[in-house]
Ligand binder design. Structure first.
Ligand SMILES: *Cc1c(COP(=O)(O)O)cnc(C)c1O
Length: 372
């Protein structure tokens, strides 16, 4: 990979997760081919966004679809769409939203770094509930005429204390308020592309650059036609809040190719690859003194794929979790793994290419067999 060598950039084997700071995911050949073809001529960008959106909506069994520059951009656009609806006169009001629907309701337990993308539009977050629990009455009391939407963060960001999503949808819809689900990392299962909206969610947001393996700067907004039209009003190339979140023709067609690939993917075979990798890691690591390895399920974002949890006894091994993580990253190629509690790491097969599972194992065994 001379283009990286030229810059003195080391290759990283990603046994961690679809993390933006590591480059998200790797684009398969069909995605790259679509981007290359898309780059070769001028088109009307708004028309392409609309056509690609129609195709994506049909493929994912949704009423309408919009391509954003990522799930975080989707959060900002979905927020703006819920504030204004498809009313072009309100588009340039951001971020000064006095007199408009300028509040978004969210479970306190689901607050997370990505909700900055909601707040940056100018709306105020209204928190409901606590770790002790959230009652239907809490949501009912939080909704009034200034409520733009209720946001829900799916997967590992949902806690058992939260109101069930169907209950949230029922209460919000009874008051005419849309429900938006951040499902950025909620693939697999592929059925999530339609299950959230079939449940009644008004907009569901996904990253294009995570398990879909589309362009890193792409995302999917799926759902209600009027709200998708509102996303268009706020999005590039219009001079609006979404203008800095530009999506190019290459990303649009790259994401479309990625979704087509993902729908046709043999998800069972993929899950078997992950299970086999985890089994192989456990078998090879458990005999090492001071090391215990086991299958962990589901994985970090709550997707139904296994990881391997490897725990260390520093008094026997002579190394701590941080020693192991650091030494894995110092190698060439570097290996990125996630911490697991104070005394262990997770190895994730989800982001590995065929053969890299062995490479990761051999690098870890080399680290464990030599002292820090
Ligand atoms: C990854 C992630 C995002 C951001 O997605 P991008 O496509 O990188 O913008 C937002 N929300 C959650 C819950 C995520 O996991």
């Amino acid at each position: 990979m001379t283009i990286y060598d030229d810059l003195g950039i080391r290759r990283i084997i990603n046994a961690n997760a679809t993390l933006t700071r590591l480059g998200g995911s790797l684009m398969p050949p069909e995605v790259l081919a679509a981007m290359r073809e898309a780059a070769a001529c001028f088109v009307d960008l708004a028309e392409l966004q609309r056509r690609a959106g129609e195709r994506l909506a049909a493929l994912t069994h949704n009423e309408a679809a919009y391509i954003s520059s990522g799930a975080a951009a989707g959060l900002a656009l979905a927020t703006a769409a819920c504030v204004t609806g498809p009313n072009a006169d309100l588009v340039t009001r951001f971020p000064h939203l006095d007199g408009l629907k300028n509040e978004v309701v969210v479970h306190r337990t689901q607050r997370n770094g990505y909700d900055y993308a909601v707040r940056q539009t100018g709306v105020r977050l209204v928190e409901i509930g606590s770790v002790e629990g959230t009652r239907a009455a809490d949501l009912e009391a939080a909704i009034h005429e200034r409520t733009a939407a209720v946001f829900w963060f799916a997967g590992a960001l949902t806690t058992p204390a939260d109101l069930p999503l169907p209950e949230v949808i029922r209460i919000a819809h009874a008051r005419g308020v849309p429900v938006v689900v951040d499902a950025a990392a909620q693939l697999p299962p592929v059925s999530n592309l339609w299950d959230f909206t079939r449940q009644g969610v008004d907009l569901a947001l996904f990253s294009g650059g995570k398990d879909l393996r589309g362009p890193q700067s792409s995302g999917l907004v799926l759902g209600r036609r009027d709200l998708i039209e509102a996303c268009r009003l706020h999005g590039n190339p219009n001079q609006a809040i979404g203008r800095p979140m530009k999506v190019g023709k290459e990303e649009m067609l790259g994401l479309l190719a990625a979704v087509e690939r993902y729908l046709a993917l043999d998800h069972d075979a993929r899950a078997q690859f992950c299970e086999a990798a985890v089994q192989c890691w456990c078998d090879a690591l458990n005999p090492v003194a001071g090391v215990a390895a086991e299958r962990a399920f589901p994985n970090e974002a709550g997707q139904p794929l296994p990881r391997c949890r490897v725990t260390f006894d520093p008094s026997i091994l002579g190394q701590t979790r941080d020693d192991v993580l650091r030494r894995l990253m110092e190698g060439d190629p570097a290996v990125s793994a996630a911490p697991a509690g104070d005394d262990g790491i997770f190895l994730n097969p989800m982001t590995l290419e065929a053969g890299e599972d062995t490479l990761v194992l051999n690098r870890l065994l080399a680290v464990l067999r030599t002292s820090a």
